[in-house]
Write a protein that binds this ligand. Structure first.
Ligand SMILES: C[S@@+](CC[C@H](N)C(=O)[O-])C[C@H]1O[C@@H](n2cnc3c(N)ncnc32)[C@H](O)[C@@H]1O
Length: 166
């Protein structure tokens, strides 16, 4: 989940950190606590996260609200990490969450999504609609059920020169 992320990533957004296993992994990889913004909707988990990670910014809210929340002045987030159960989230809310995340991600930034399912929890039509692509970058049998990680990033558009307009 965190192998591509380090201190050079800069600000990191985490969605649904729960008790914070990925948060700890991010800190172990050298991400500064002050660079972490954690979005957790459960009040008990949010309170636990405040105790465990006092230097991080912890927002107790539904990630759906990200789209309307000016988290940063500019899109400066280098990576977002998510344990959100997208299979249980409606398409409308999934779209709002993805739009909120990618509004904050700088060019080249990506969303790392954990899943216990066999497929990417964000359907292909949704990815297509938002010009995103998902790449399976990790898998482990050490988790039960086995866990998979997808990197979701903007589709790179290749600029072509159209000679008709020259
Ligand atoms: C499956 S748990 C994953 C927790 C942690 N990342 C882990 O791997 O142990 C999902 C977490 O997302 C939180 N969550 C679910 N829906 C959410 C939403 N719409 N906005 C913010 N947090 C949400 C839950 O409260 C829970 O802490």
């Amino acid at each position: 989940m965190t192998q591509d992320i380090g201190p050079e990533t800069g600000p990191v957004l985490e969605l649904g950190p729960g008790t914070g296993p990925f948060t700890r992994a991010l800190l172990t990889r050298g991400v500064r606590e002050r660079d972490l913004t954690l979005i957790e909707s459960d009040p008990d988990f949010a309170a636990m996260l405040r105790r465990r990670f006092p230097g991080a910014r912890i927002l107790e809210m539904d990630a759906v609200g990200l789209r309307h929340l000016p988290l940063f002045d500019e899109p400066v987030v280098g990576a977002a990490v998510s344990g959100l159960p997208f299979r249980l989230i409606t398409p409308r809310h999934t779209r709002a969450i993805l739009e909120g995340v990618f509004a904050n991600l700088r060019p080249g930034g990506a969303l790392y999504q954990f899943t216990l399912g066999w497929r990417c929890p964000i359907d292909q039509p949704m990815l297509d609609c938002l010009d995103l692509e998902a790449t399976r970058i990790g898998f482990t049998l050490r988790n039960f059920p086995p866990a998979t990680v997808y990197r979701i990033s903007r589709i790179k558009t290749v600029k072509t020169y159209d000679w008709r307009f020259s």
